[in-house]
Design a protein around this ligand. Structure first.
Ligand code: ATP
Ligand code: MG
Length: 407
C-alpha cells in the first residue's frame, strides 16, 4: 500500500509556492514598515503552556491538541502561536524594552479538527502581537495592519467585524443572562454546548453546529440577550476604538455576538471575513488579551494581536503562474554545458541544462517547455567560441559571444 500524506495535511507544491512566497514577502514588507519584528518560536511547547494560555474550556485544548510524551514530559504541537510568543516575550525579558513590543510570526499550526474545505489539521498562520499599550489605538493599529496586508495582496471584498467582550466584571452579568436564555433548550444543544454551558457559556454563541444555530434562531436568542452591558472603562475603550477606525477610514460592522474561540480575550475582538469563501469564511481573527501575560507568569501587560489562515488567503488570491527559466543550455558536451550554466547563474540568470546529455531534439523539446531561450552549444560553437541563442517564443536564432549575451 502506498503511503499518503496524513489526513488533514497538504503538500504545498511548486506550482502553488510562488503564491505562498508572495504572501510571506508581502507580510514581511507591510509589517516591517510598521516596525513589527519577526519572531520564530518552536513548533512544540510544554503542554502546560497551552492548557494555561489557550484555556481549558476551549475546543483547542479539550479535543484538538496533538500531545505526546517524551522522557516523562508532555509536549504539544502548537495549535496557535500567541501562547508561544508570550512565553518567549517573558523568557527573554522583552518586557524590559520600552513599550510597545511589536512582533509578527508565520508558520505551521496543528489542530486535530474534522478536515474540510478551508480546515486542515496542519495549517499555517501569519500573525502579529503587540505588547504594552492599554489604549485602543493599539487595537486600531492591529486592525489597520491586517487590512493593509490584505489590501496589499489585492483582497478587498472583505468585512471587518468588531465587538467588545468587556472585562470579567461586565462579562459576569451577561453570562448569567445568556445561561437563563439558553436553559429552556439546553438539552437539545450539541454535546459541546452542554459542556460550555457551565464552564464558558459565551462560547456557545460561537458554535458551528447547524442544529444549535437553528435553535438560537427559533428561540430568538440574539434578541433576548442582545449585547454585553459594558462597564465605563470597557465602554470608553470600545468607543475610542470605533473613533480610531473612523479616522483611519476602516469600515467595520459591529457584531455583538462575535465571540472568539480562545478564552483569553478581553475587550476588543474582531474577525475579518471574506465574501468569496464558503462556510469557513474567516480569514483573520484576533483581539485584546490583557490577562494572558500575567496568567503565564509575567506582570500584568496589555496586549493585542491577530492571526490569519494562510491556506484561506491563498485560496482567495489568483495563483501566480510559474515563470519560465531564462536559459536552457542544449549541448552534447557536459563539461562545457556545466561551465556555461554556472556563468549564467553567477550573472543572475535562471539557467539549467540536460544532465543526461540526451539527443539534441529531446533537449530542445525540454527547453521549449520550460525556458525562454535555448543556448545551443555544439561542436562548432565550442570550437569557434560563440553561442547560438534561440528565442523559444519567436523561434529566431542569433549567434552571440558569451560577453555579448551577458552584457
Ligand atoms: P474558525 O472559527 O474558522 O475555526 P478559529 O476561531 O479557530 O477559526 P483562530 O484560532 O483565531 O481561528 O485562527 C485564526 C485564523 O486561522 C482563522 O480565521 C482561519 O483563517 C485560520 N484557521 C484556524 N483554524 C484553521 C484550520 N483548522 N485550517 C485552516 N485554517 C485555520
Ligand atoms: Mg476553530
Amino acid at each position: 500500500m502506498s503511503i499518503k500524506a496524513p489526513k488533514g495535511t497538504k503538500d504545498i507544491l511548486p506550482e502553488e509556492i510562488l503564491t505562498w512566497q508572495n504572501i510571506e514577502k508581502t507580510a514581511s514588507d507591510v509589517f516591517s514598515r510598521a516596525n513589527f519584528k519577526e519572531i520564530r518560536t518552536p513548533v512544540f511547547e510544554d503542554t502546560d503552556l497551552f492548557e494555561r494560555g489557550v484555556g481549558e474550556t476551549t475546543d483547542i485544548v479539550n479535543k484538538e491538541m496533538y500531545t505526546f510524551i517524551k522522557s516523562d514530559r508532555s509536549l504539544t504541537l502548537r495549535p496557535e502561536n500567541t501562547a508561544g510568543v508570550v512565553r518567549a516575550y517573558l523568557e527573554h525579558n522583552m518586557f524590559r524594552e520600552s513599550p510597545p513590543v511589536k512582533l509578527w510570526y508565520k508558520g505551521p499550526m496543528f489542530r486535530y479538527e474534522r478536515p474540510q474545505a478551508g480546515r486542515q489539521r496542519q495549517f499555517h498562520q501569519i500573525g502579529v502581537e503587540m505588547f504594552g499599550v492599554q489604549d485602543a489605538s493599539a487595537d486600531a493599529e492591529c486592525i489597520l495592519l491586517a487590512s493593509k496586508f490584505l489590501n496589499a495582496l489585492g483582497l478587498n471584498n472583505l468585512v471587518v467585524e468588531i465587538n467588545s467582550l468587556g472585562c470579567s466584571v461586565c462579562r459576569k452579568e451577561y453570562k448569567e443572562k445568556l445561561k437563563k436564555a439558553i436553559a429552556p433548550f439546553l438539552k437539545d444543544l450539541c454535546e459541546d454546548c452542554q459542556n460550555r454551558y457551565e464552564k464558558n457559556p459565551l462560547r456557545i454563541l460561537d458554535c458551528k453546529n447547524e442544529n444549535c444555530n437553528k435553535l438560537f434562531q427559533d428561540y430568538n436568542l440574539k434578541n433576548t440577550v442582545s449585547s454585553i452591558d459594558l462597564c465605563d472603562e470597557c465602554a470608553s475603550h470600545y468607543k475610542k476604538l470605533k473613533e480610531y477606525l473612523d479616522i483611519l477610514n476602516i469600515k467595520y460592522v459591529e457584531n455583538s455576538f462575535l465571540v472568539r474561540g480562545l478564552d483569553y480575550y478581553t475587550k476588543t475582538v474582531f474577525e475579518i471575513k471574506s465574501n468569496d469563501l464558503g462556510s469557513q469564511n474567516a480569514v483573520c481573527g484576533g483581539g485584546r488579551y490583557d490577562g494572558l501575560v500575567e496568567m503565564l507568569g509575567g506582570v500584568s501587560t496589555p496586549a493585542v494581536g491577530w492571526a490569519m489562515g494562510v491556506e484561506r488567503l491563498s485560496s482567495l488570491i489568483k495563483q501566480i503562474e510559474e515563470r519560465k527559466i531564462d536559459y536552457f543550455v542544449v549541448s552534447d558536451n557536459q563539461k562545457e554545458a556545466v561551465k556555461l550554466v554556472l556563468k549564467l547563474r553567477d550573472a543572475g540568470y535562471i539557467a539549467d541544462f540536460d544532465y543526461n546529455s540526451r539527443k539534441f531534439s529531446k533537449q530542445l523539446e525540454k527547453a521549449a517547455k520550460i525556458s525562454k531561450f535555448a543556448i545551443i552549444l555544439g561542436e562548432d560553437e565550442i570550437k569557434n567560441a560563440y553561442l547560438t541563442v534561440k528565442n523559444l517564443e519567436t523561434s529566431q536564432q542569433e549567434k552571440k559571444t558569451l560577453e555579448e549575451l551577458l552584457s
